[in-house]
Design a protein around this ligand. Structure first.
Ligand SMILES: *Cc1c(COP(=O)(O)O)cnc(C)c1O
Length: 219
């Protein structure tokens, strides 16, 4: 699927939810080391890119530093990689999965950085992210105490399942948390990947992170 085809599918899903819903696309580039692939995507109009490893992101940020790309960090961030990540000046860190991680970033950051909290909406032990029951409290605690963490909303990975109902339920749960946080400035509900973005959009996602289904067309 190329970017135009993706946009058409997003458009159809969006209209099922609401004509007022605007959905941003983050192209996840972890499946390739070839920056020419990213350039082709850029030429097609893509501006937001996501990576889940600091090392890989660094290479791509450096190689493409002359292009106005918005970099999103979406992976599990180890504390010893925080400084390296901050040096890359990412547009957003989507994967704040604990108060402790937020605290560690807050301490090292020299200016506020846009972040999302990651929610383990399907309660899968193999997944990162905070338990849904703790998400609102943790969000508010970060907002209150950590001035360099500029919280913008929530992110989740949908349930890993063939059962559409289970996937939908994990998105619905995340959307509810997002709604609860809207009065506190939450603007982004990042959910939906290659296999489930249409369900995510129907459940209110306004940012999808698409890797495999998009990138392969540009390789
Ligand atoms: C890899 C990844 C994606 C993209 O996954 P695809 O299924 O390839 O679209 C989205 N979000 C996160 C956090 C990822 O690690």
């Amino acid at each position: 699927m190329n970017l135009d085809e993706l946009i058409q599918r997003v458009e159809r899903a969006r209209l099922k939810r609401s004509e007022h819903l605007i959905v941003q696309i983050v192209a996840v580039t972890k499946y390739t080391d070839d920056v020419e692939v990213l350039k082709r995507l850029f030429d097609d109009g893509q501006r937001a890119f996501g990576e889940n490893r600091v090392q890989d992101m660094e290479k791509k940020v450096i190689a493409l530093s002359d292009l106005p790309i918005e970099w999103h960090f979406i992976g599990n961030l180890q504390k010893n990689k925080i400084n390296k990540l901050l040096k890359l000046n990412p547009f957003m860190i989507q994967s704040i999965n604990s108060y402790e991680l937020a605290e560690a970033i807050n301490k090292r950051a020299k200016k506020p950085i846009k972040c999302l909290i990651e929610i383990n909406s399907s309660n899968e032990p193999t997944k990162h992210g905070m338990p849904p029951e703790e998400a609102v409290d943790t969000y508010l605690k970060i907002k209150e105490n950590l001035k360099n963490i500029d919280l913008k909303g929530v992110m989740t990975i949908g349930a890993h399942s063939d059962d559409e109902k289970a996937i939908r339920e994990s998105f619905r749960k995340t959307y509810k948390i997002y709604e609860a946080l809207k009065p506190y400035g939450a603007k982004i509900c990042s959910m939906g990947m290659s296999g489930d973005f249409e369900i995510a959009i129907e459940e209110g996602s306004n940012m999808i992170r698409i890797g495999s289904a998009l990138i392969k067309d540009y390789m």
